[in-house]
Unconditional design. Structure first.
Length: 472
């Protein structure tokens, strides 16, 4: 897009300079954001040069500009995907009317809540990952962490732009509050539970970027279908950045798997931990934890809120516009798994109230694809082990499965069975201590920690031993 104002104090492609009120609101928020970044962003690295990608415009060449930058000087900006001329509301009771360029008055509160909830996750993950730089497994990984962090910062900007541009005074108050809450703080926690969990080590980081950032992808995809056009355009551009976060997660776990397999092949299966690698059983327990926590983020299986967001035209299904049905779902049904006594059974429910579950189904299918690729690495090494996604009811705290204890293979357990076996399925205290013992920083160019294989290629065509973060 040629109308990007990259040289402005706030880089943007929304013609910010023509809207003095908005420009002033964002320029007042900017120093508060920077204060938050310095206080809660990557600890100990604020003055280092990191080789980062910055969005300078939204066209395919301009949005991926690479250079060294000190993180507080990163050019956080506001970028919307190109407008689709003649776009309509594609679902719900307003289907067929022109997409909204302003917030419809009757949906103001609901829409603001959706934007704030999405916006709150962005700074939360930066806070969760604040101390990871100290124990990076390589400069390559350190740079990837920082890339994810600055982009989550930009995602916060994206949501704050919507709040300031379209929600007046309440929007400004919400934009302030987004900088006030703190991940894991009991007095002012982040909104969603998964964003108050700790990300204490790099294994958790890679699991988080694979599973929890992928929840973000599905939320953004359903908001990208929104009849509120500025939200749709914002989310479409955010998705291009989100893809990189999931790449970091998938390849990170893949490299840990590869390293484990290498040791198993060369030294024998019992020596993985002794050689400073992470055994596949431990990986499976971490996977179980992060996957189940991320499944909770989709909300209850039966949800009138989800039905309302859809009917109002605010939040669609994954790939709504590509689906071949009436896009109102008034009489449609959808099959969901429910608890019936001590069994999990299938039930037909209203397609509208089960929209959370349908999005969760899309997410699960997507998660499985990466697990399949990790299993290929294991198979190619000639090792007899398979990583598995646990049953959707396993270790849940939201929705009807929260009322029961479900095993990874989907059986309803008694409390006694759960107590006896859960340490086989979830990371234990000893696992955490072991993983923590591996977290020793490796900052020599081209070197990697003992628990992770090098990547197959570097960033932006650079060598693997490129100085992705300068030491001085
Ligand atoms: Fe994000
Ligand atoms: Fe992300």
């Amino acid at each position: 897009m040629s109308d990007a104002d990259y040289l402005d104090r706030i880089p943007n492609n929304v013609d910010l300079s023509s809207n003095r009120r908005l420009q002033r609101a964002l320029e007042e928020w900017q120093p508060k954001f920077l204060d938050w970044w310095r206080e809660m962003g990557p600890d100990g690295f604020q003055t280092k040069d990191a080789y980062l990608r910055t969005a300078v415009s939204v066209d395919s060449r301009g949005w991926a500009h690479f250079d060294y930058v000190k993180m507080p000087e990163y050019r956080w900006g506001i970028f919307l995907a190109a407008a689709e001329p003649g776009r309509e509301v594609n679902f719900g009771i307003h289907k067929g009317s022109a997409a909204w360029q302003e917030v419809p008055g009757e949906y103001r509160g609901v829409l603001r809540r959706l934007i704030v909830t999405q916006g709150d996750t962005e700074p939360a993950s930066v806070e969760q990952q604040r101390y990871l730089g100290r124990t990076c497994p390589s400069l390559y990984d350190l740079r990837n962490l920082f890339q994810v962090n600055v982009e989550e910062g930009r995602h916060l900007w994206a949501m704050v732009y919507l709040l300031d541009a379209y929600f007046g005074r309440d929007g400004r108050e919400e934009a302030e509050a987004l900088l006030q809450r703190r991940s894991g703080d009991p007095d002012k926690p982040r909104i969603l539970a998964a964003f108050n969990e700790k990300t204490p080590d790099w294994l958790a980081f890679f699991m988080f970027t694979y599973f929890t950032d992928r929840d973000g992808k599905y939320q953004l995809c359903s908001l990208a279908e929104s009849g509120f056009n500025p939200l749709s355009r914002t989310c479409r551009f955010m998705l291009t950045e989100e893809a990189h976060h999931m790449f970091v997660g998938e390849t990170g776990i893949g490299r840990i798997v590869e390293r484990a397999c290498q040791v198993m092949r060369d030294q024998g299966a019992d020596d993985v931990r002794k050689c400073g690698a992470i055994d596949l059983a431990t990986l499976q327990r971490y996977l179980n934890f992060h996957y189940s926590v991320s499944l909770d983020l989709f909300g209850s299986e039966i949800s009138t809120n989800a039905a309302n967001y859809y009917t109002m035209g605010l939040k669609g299904r994954f790939e709504e516009a590509k689906k071949d049905d009436d896009h109102t779902l008034k009489d449609a049904t959808y099959t969901v798994e429910v608890l019936a006594g001590d069994r999990v059974v299938q039930a037909e429910e209203s397609a509208l109230t089960t929209l959370n579950e349908r999005l969760r189904d899309d997410y699960i299918a997507d998660c499985q694809r990466g697990v399949d690729r990790w299993n290929q690495i294991i198979r190619r090494a000639g090792i007899d082990f398979e990583l598995r996604l646990p049953h959707r009811g396993f270790h849940r705290t939201i929705g009807h499965f929260a009322e029961a204890k479900i095993s990874p293979d989907g059986r309803v357990l008694t409390q006694a069975e759960w107590d006896a076996r859960h340490s086989e399925w979830l990371p234990t205290e000893q696992d955490a201590v072991f993983v923590a013992s591996l977290m020793q920083p490796v900052t020599e160019r081209g070197r990697f920690a003992s628990w992770i294989a090098p990547p197959t290629r570097g960033i932006n065509g650079n060598a693997i031993d490129f100085e992705y973060v300068r030491q001085v």
